[in-house]
Design a protein around this ligand. Structure first.
Ligand SMILES: NC(=O)c1ccc[n+]([C@@H]2O[C@H](COP(=O)([O-])OP(=O)(O)OC[C@H]3O[C@@H](n4cnc5c(N)ncnc54)[C@H](O)[C@@H]3O)[C@@H](O)[C@H]2O)c1
Ligand SMILES: N[C@H](C(=O)O)[C@H](O)COP(=O)(O)O
Length: 321
């Protein structure tokens, strides 16, 4: 029998629902050993607020523990729902420790609870997302954000940037590199022998033969021709408005959307609460939830643990490959 992978889970923004999700998951059984990276006082307080019994021993690297806590202190007291940029470095320290452990082989994968990107920026650290942060920290020149929900996988050619900056970022080179990464990771990590990837256009009606924009003709189609010649099963560019219809998606393994809000609303409409965000192209395995910090629900109120559970299950599965 394969050994249980050890998975690092970062609690994310301490004022958000990340700590709540951690305390709710800590008592559940998983097919891996879970190491929660968080401030112990924050988890204890959150468990009390939610009426949950928290039983997490300190992490002991030499032992096999179904669930444990790697305590990393937050410098400032934490109140649910109240952001404090002085705790932003703590949030990054959780990520750094998990990442270092993955690179060193101590952890088989890392799973991230949500962070508040604005607060990290407010603390003076330029931060657009875990995806870009982990790429930079591992010196990986190119990674791809992909969300998985139900039978749908949606990858993005561009991630966290203003809409006005998207057209310039949809370059031929970007599309080629993105498709190579999706193809490689679907084969090697997801075990799909010959991935079939559908590529969206950028403009309405995929540019209407150049009358509604030329990115499809000048960049996306030439990039597709190049990667097809390399044997990658990609096709398009397709008009995005009908690309996500069941008939188009039949037999497809992934869709490549050109920008964040072209692809993710479709996926989240169908799967919010159960979908998983996975970073392709990294030297380590990283999955995450499909939602944000939900400050309005931290410490009280009904929260859905489904996405974090799905992210954990996928991380365990990928770590086992
Ligand atoms: N993986 C991540 O780190 C991640 C992902 C998405 C957004 N964010 C960040 O989160 C912050 C807040 O973003 P937002 O307000 O756009 O989105 P959000 O997901 O935090 O909230 C959107 C709505 O969904 C609800 N919600 C979210 N998660 C829920 C859960 N598990 N159970 C029940 N309800 C839930 C919230 O209460 C809110 O009504 C931003 O800083 C954003 O950048 C982080
Ligand atoms: N774009 C993601 C989403 O909408 O779910 C989210 O912001 C998380 O991104 P990172 O994993 O890069 O933090």
């Amino acid at each position: 029998m394969a050994p249980r992978p050890r998975i690092a889970i970062t609690a994310g923004e301490p004022a958000g629902i990340g700590p709540d999700l951690c305390v709710l998951l800590a008592a559940k059984p998983f097919a891996g050993d879970l190491v929660f990276l968080a401030d112990r006082d924050v988890l204890v307080a959150r468990a009390k607020q939610r009426g949950v019994t928290l039983s997490l021993p300190d992490y002991a690297p030499s032992e096999r523990q179904p669930a444990s806590l790697l305590h990393i202190p937050a410098p400032q007291p934490v109140a649910p729902g109240k952001l404090d940029p002085r705790n932003a470095r703590h949030v990054l320290a959780l990520l750094d420790r998990a990442l270092d452990g993955c690179v060193a082989g101590e952890f088989g994968a890392m799973v991230t609870a949500p962070v508040q990107k604005s607060t990290i920026n407010d603390a003076g650290v330029a931060f657009t997302g875990h995806t870009e942060y982990l790429a930079e920290r591992t010196s990986t020149p190119k990674v791809v954000m992909m969300l998985v929900g139900g039978t749908l996988r949606v990858a993005l050619a561009t991630t966290h940037l203003p809409l006005s900056a998207v057209p310039a970022a949809v370059t031929r080179e970007n599309i080629e590199q993105t498709l190579r990464i999706i193809d490689r990771d679907l084969r090697t990590r997801f075990g799909i022998a010959k991935p079939r990837i559908l590529v969206a256009g950028l403009n309405p009606h995929a540019g209407e033969s150049g009358h509604l924009g030329r990115e499809e003709i000048e960049r996306i189609a030439p990039a597709l021709a190049t990667v097809k010649a390399e044997g990658i099963g990609a096709s398009g560019p397709y008009p995005a408005d009908t690309l996500f219809t069941p008939r188009m998606l039949e037999g497809a393994d992934a869709v490549l959307a050109m920008y964040h809000d072209q692809g993710l609303p479709v996926l989240k409409h169908g799967s919010f609460g159960d979908a998983v965000n996975v970073t392709l192209g990294l030297p380590i395995i990283r999955t995450s939830v499909d939602h944000g910090t939900a400050l309005d629900l931290a410490g009280h109120g009904a929260i859905d643990t489904g996405s974090l559970e799905a992210a954990l299950a996928l991380a365990i599965d990928l770590a086992g490959h």
